[in-house]
Ligand binder design. Structure first.
Ligand code: CU
Length: 265
């Protein structure tokens, strides 16, 4: 029992490190590589912070294990009164402050590209592809009519879908994100895009999907009992397919069931 806590804490830390190390090869990690240029930069930041925290974690557990080994033998010892070390306290205040300051400055560039609207692609800002409104428990999507620009107020020829967002592949796109009821979070895990949807605000979200495929769109904010089923999909497709999709949507939505009149009748 003497050295139980030494083995317990060191073993738990070793298992945690082991699982983190083998996790990626079993798919317990990110959902694969990022499919967006900005997502790759966010991953780099993530790994940098992971390295810093891992080194700290392992270092702290080596010291903890050593102390538990050294003083866990059960031999009676006389306790000594220490007032503390001024130099040591200064070091352990300044080093974490320095690390945090480094991370804060180092990530600013990626953060600005991700969040500051003046860094967004001007063409994408001028022509948002859609307005996405989160509500309990679905994503309502409003596109402008083909060839038109999205207006803040709904227009009679706008196109609507639910849980099915289409965007052109390989170019920056911008959506306007709203919420009809509570806080939701627009999350595209494969593109590393995550943005809260806040009632009363229209928040621009921009991203670029580099591979033509269907991606998950999920809600990353616990927004009520049906949160789990608030999942949709993002389809990135080539420009001509995207246009054809919107044209078809328009035809289906405005089909009045009456066959078009032929000119010669
Ligand atoms: Cu939600």
């Amino acid at each position: 029992m003497n050295r139980f806590w030494c083995f317990f804490f060191s073993g738990a830390a070793a298992i945690a490190v082991l699982f983190s190390a083998i996790g990626p090869s079993y798919g317990w990690w990110f959902p694969g590589a990022s499919f967006s240029p900005l997502g790759a930069q966010i991953d780099d930041l993530f790994y940098l912070i992971l390295v810093i925290t891992s080194v700290t974690f392992i270092g702290v557990h080596i010291v903890l294990g050593y102390i538990l080994w050294q003083y866990g033998s059960g031999k009676p010892r006389r306790a000594s009164f220490l007032h503390g070390s001024h130099a040591l306290e200064v070091v352990w205040s300044i080093v974490p402050a320095g690390v945090l300051l480094f991370i804060a400055l180092y990530q600013m560039d990626v953060w600005a590209r991700y969040r500051v609207k003046s860094n967004f692609d001007p063409a994408a800002v001028a022509h948002p592809v859609a307005e996405v409104t989160a509500r309990q428990f679905e994503w309502r999507i409003r596109y402008p009519a083909p060839g038109k620009t999205l207006q803040d107020k709904p227009q009679p020829d706008d196109l609507y879908t639910v849980n099915d967002l289409h965007v052109p592949v390989g170019k920056p796109v911008l959506i306007k994100l709203r919420s009809e009821d509570v806080l939701h979070s627009f999350f595209l895990p494969h593109l590393r895009v995550k943005q809260d949807a806040v009632p009363g605000l229209s928040i621009p979200v921009w991203f670029q999907a580099d591979k033509a495929q269907v991606y998950d769109l999920v809600c990353a904010e616990l927004c009520g009992w049906g949160h789990y089923k608030m999942r949709g999909q993002l389809t990135a497709q080539r420009a001509e397919e995207y246009k054809a999709y919107l044209d078809e949507l328009s035809q289906t939505q405005f089909d009045d069931g009456v066959a078009a009149k032929k000119n010669d009748e």
